[in-house]
Write a protein that binds this ligand. Structure first.
Ligand code: ATP
Ligand code: MG
Length: 238
């Protein structure tokens, strides 16, 4: 049994079918990358898994249980934590308060986990009492990830964590994702940065206008001509 099984889901925004019956699975302990051009449906897929959207058709199972249609807070309690596109930290709360919010499903934040987050992100420790809205883009991304970790995820959904960040920070973010995964957290990551995402991922899927068009191991997809042409900016010379 997979940790996450998505079975032929259709998701609509009114008349628009954003997902036209897609299926995929994520095994416990894996990092799975979701790739695709702008508007392909990557964010919609993650929102549907985290309960922000409901599929009009199909099923989603987490740890064997049907979860489609459950409200987002129930999914957080099951350990599905979502770091949405654009980070969305609480700007008028301090770094420490943002991290506390991430632990809202528990009576109180786990102090050991908080210490671990600060160890993983020393910049956040230095800025513990600073308003989150005053952090740099990279720091806000780190805070968004750390806030999700405070919820003790079993499945972490990351939507374009490297967006708009300098190459050095991007590398740090990917290193952190690898480290988080090595502690047993399963990761479903959406990325424009296909080379780095596939370098990290066990497997990947490619979405195109709401349909799953390609899947394979990270290595297979990195070597695929279609991926190289579409996402790695390489010309095919045949
Ligand atoms: N709130 C909405 N109302 C109507 N249509 C929407 C809404 N959100 C997304 N869509 C449409 O659904 C489709 C998929 O959008 P989605 O945001 O999932 O794509 P994406 O793959 O995450 O793209 P990007 O790489 O630009 O973030 C697009 O055609 C988009 O216009
Ligand atoms: Mg998106």
């Amino acid at each position: 049994m997979s940790l996450l099984e998505v079975d032929d889901i259709e998701v609509r925004y009114g008349a628009i079918r954003a997902l036209k019956g897609i299926s995929f699975h994520v095994e416990e302990g894996e990092v799975v990358a979701l790739l695709g051009a702008n508007g392909a449906g990557k964010t919609t897929t993650q929102k549907t898994v985290s309960g922000m959207m409901r599929p009009s058709l199909g099923e989603i199972r987490f740890d064997g249980e049907r979860i489609d249609g459950l409200p987002a807070h129930d999914l957080i309690n099951l350990g599905i934590c979502h770091v949405p596109e654009g980070r969305r930290v609480f700007p008028l709360m301090s770094v420490a308060e943002n991290l506390e919010m991430g632990a809202f499903r528990f009576k109180r934040p786990d102090p050991q986990l908080l210490a671990r987050c600060f160890e993983m992100f020393p910049r956040l420790k230095e800025r513990e009492h600073q308003y989150a809205g005053t952090l740099s883009g990279g720091e806000q991304q780190m805070l968004a990830i750390a806030r999700a970790l405070m919820g003790k995820p079993r499945l972490l959904l990351l939507d374009e964590p490297s967006m708009g960040l300098a190459p050095l920070i991007v590398r740090q973010i990917f290193d952190i994702v690898r480290e988080i995964n090595s502690t047993g957290v399963t990761v479903l990551i959406v990325e424009q940065n296909a080379a780095q995402a596939l370098g990290l991922a066990n497997r990947g899927y490619v979405l195109e206008t709401g349909e799953m068009v390609l899947s394979g191991t990270g290595k297979e997809l990195l070597a695929d001509d279609r991926i190289r042409a579409a996402y790695l900016g390489e010309e095919i010379t045949t």
